[in-house]
Design a protein around this ligand. Structure first.
Ligand SMILES: [Mn+2]
Length: 363
């Protein structure tokens, strides 16, 4: 069982640093991180020594079981009035909310239901806690990655020209579920041949052809935690641009190796991006690598820390952070290559969670 009391105390301290006396958390991954509750609806409220989870009739029994560190409160008609009354029990009137997750309509509703509350905008409070993973979280992520890798190995057995991208994704997703995944981390990307230039090309009806490349970007979810991995495989056979595709592949592979080699504690995540990007730029493909090099993974498939060249949201890597390293090159009309691993920052470097071989592979 995770230390939900400790997490709640740290979240409250973070909210206090942003001017609040209490914190409400309604975004699903943050709510789950703080309480253990995995349901789709509910509000966590944390104030001076107290922890409440307000949820509706559908989830009361589940909430009692999943969130023993919290007082479970059935939601009545006006949830924000209830929140105000509970916070009032410990004298809290300035209640922080997650400004990055609320809609304007939600904020208006809170203001109108609880006019006596001063609603304080907070940002990134729980997200900042989530970046460093606990041993239990790392265990779950390692299991998600292993499931995904085993499913990919099964897909390799059916890979051949004539196979539709859609059938490849269906097979991969079914195998992940069979192997214990509770779901897929995101709709599987299968981009073959010229579609490889679409960085997020969802699996289509297109049939694989001899000699071309196919990029597969996929992940499993295990006990709420995601994996994220990309391979680009070559199909055997002749292709007029084969030599060029191979050259591009080796550039991306070198870029990924350079990005991984930069991963260690104390390093800025932007330095990982720079290390990978430099290899691609020096090979003359800088303009064809238009996305950032990586991102955190956990309860969400994309979360902090971000490994990008963006100057205002840099992160210093610490042990037990989890990030992806996933450079790519995309050539419209020809195809593309991306290679991605999810890794844990260790005391002196990194450890891969995703294990599929990233050397050139022909099937
Ligand atoms: Mn990714």
């Amino acid at each position: 069982m995770e230390d939900h009391r400790g997490r709640a105390a740290r979240a409250l301290a973070g909210a206090q640093a942003q001017g609040a006396e209490a914190l409400v958390v309604a975004s699903a991954p943050n709510r789950r991180y703080l309480s253990g509750f995995s349901g789709s609806a509910g509000v966590v409220l944390i104030a001076d020594g107290r922890r409440w989870l307000l949820t509706d009739f559908r989830y009361l029994e589940q909430a009692e079981r999943e969130a023993p560190a919290y007082e479970i409160v059935p939601i009545q008609r006006q949830v924000w009035q209830q929140v105000a009354a509970l916070a009032g029990e410990v004298g809290a009137r300035r209640i922080g909310f997650e400004a990055e997750h609320w809609t304007v309509a939600q904020w208006r509703r809170a203001v109108s239901e609880a006019p006596g509350v001063e609603w304080v905008e907070t940002a990134g409070v729980v997200e900042a806690l989530r970046v460093v993973k606990s041993p239990e979280e790392l265990q779950r992520m390692a299991t998600a990655a292993r499931i995904a890798d085993e499913a990919l190995a099964q897909v390799a057995l059916i890979l051949r020209p004539g196979l539709r991208e859609r059938d490849l994704s269906l097979h991969l997703e079914a195998k992940m579920r069979e192997l214990g995944a509770e779901g897929v981390a995101f709709p599987t990307i299968v981009a073959s041949g010229p579609r490889g230039s679409l960085p997020h090309g969802l699996a289509s009806d297109r049939k694989l052809e001899p000699g071309e490349l196919v990029t597969i970007d996929f992940g499993a979810v295990y006990q709420g935690y995601h994996s994220d991995e990309t391979v680009t495989w070559a199909l055997a056979g002749d292709h007029p641009e084969r030599a060029r595709l191979r050259e591009v592949y080796e550039v991306v592979r070198a870029a990924q190796a350079a990005g991984l080699a930069a991963v260690r504690p104390g390093v800025a995540a932007s330095a990982v991006d720079r290390a990978a990007r430099q290899v691609i730029e020096e090979a003359g493909y800088g303009a064809e690598f238009g996305h950032s090099t990586g991102h955190g993974v956990g309860l969400e498939v994309h979360e902090a820390p971000w490994a990008s060249s963006h100057p205002t949201r840099d992160w210093t890597l610490q042990p037990d952070m989890v990030i992806t390293v996933e450079p790519g090159i995309y050539l419209p009309g020809l195809g593309g290559v991306r290679l991605e691993d999810t890794v844990v920052v260790t005391q002196d470097g990194y450890r891969r969670l995703t294990q599929a071989d990233k050397a050139w592979r022909e099937w």
